[in-house]
Design a protein around this ligand. Sequence first.
Ligand code: UT7
Length: 336
Amino acid sequence: MNYVGEIVGVGSFIPPKAVTNFDLEKLLNTSDEWIQQRTGIVKRHWVEKNVSTSDLAYEASLEAIKNAGIDKSEIDMIIFATLSPDHDFPGTGCFLQDKLEIPGITVLDIRQQCSGFIYGLSIADKFIRTGDHKNILLVGAEIHSKGLDKTPEGRDVSVLFGDGAGAVVISRREKTSDDQSQIISTALHADGSYAKELWLPGPGNAFEDDRCTLAMIEEGLHYPKMNGRNVFIHAVKRMAETLTTTLKKNNVTIDDVDLFLFHQANIRINEKVAEVMGIPAEKIFNTIHDYGNTTAATIPIGMSDALKAGKLKKGMTVGMAAFGSGFTWASGLLKY
Ligand code: UT7
């Protein structure tokens, strides 16, 4: 039997507290004008103190499962993509599984940062195509706000990131035609020689002594570090490259694609990718102005918002691309 994976339910959850650029002006020696001009971000959402990454994921998952029209007991695998876990271990997928009360099924956490959702989609597709699994819950969820340097020293990174979660249910379907709704193709890449261009140094076992020390915290090694300009250049190059390859491999032209869902790190990155590839602006669904960069949650949040806005409809051909820490980058093509 030949199987394909179809996205049958999508959900998202954005924490209610909006943090505007003007709010950040009070903390970070930044300005609304700088943030909007350089990134496109107008606001992002940050969680209240008592909320965890798996809490956000839980809300997004419930919505995705409801929209899939199945019972949560029919889920037989969770794939959880995050760089901001509830705890170092176990993986946040286990905390989510406990909240969903679906013990015994397969749970897999993945660590591919901004490319995490497309990596997860590719993994889910493979588990489905083998016939092993039937209904996979793929979640991307992040709480950045608890880990950012909220002093002027951290402004280059801290203005960019927001909290949120997005989830999809991918179900196994018998393959009947090339035109049916399905994940068509994915491509996954990484280059670890750039690992320190965007990273969180501590705590970690690469340190000489204890993995977490007071000195490390005093040095601010527990805050993300980024070489923004280099990340920007590579993001444009790699997103355009992988997406072009995926389209060509499947004999699909830009005209054939109805909607592009790109990772949302900087509006200027997406504009450049569009320029390089000749994609009309109206085919790209951007959310960065509202949420900032929500890393692994970005693409499923975009999918959820696009559906709610009537921009994504059953039968549409969707192209996806993402780039982030690692460096990792990925692209995907699906018939929604
Ligand atoms: O999710 C995937 C990973 N992330 C990305 O893809 C992000 C990629 N990089 C970027 O989006 C951009 O590089 C940034 C938005 C991070 C920075 O924009 P930029 O145009 O590359 O700015 P820059 O780093 O070259 O800095 C320009 C100036 C500097 O001042 P001087 O040296 O020209 O006086 C910075 O100190 O802007 C200053 N600056 C700020 N000013 C106000 C940096 N951050 C801020 C800030 N507010 N938040």
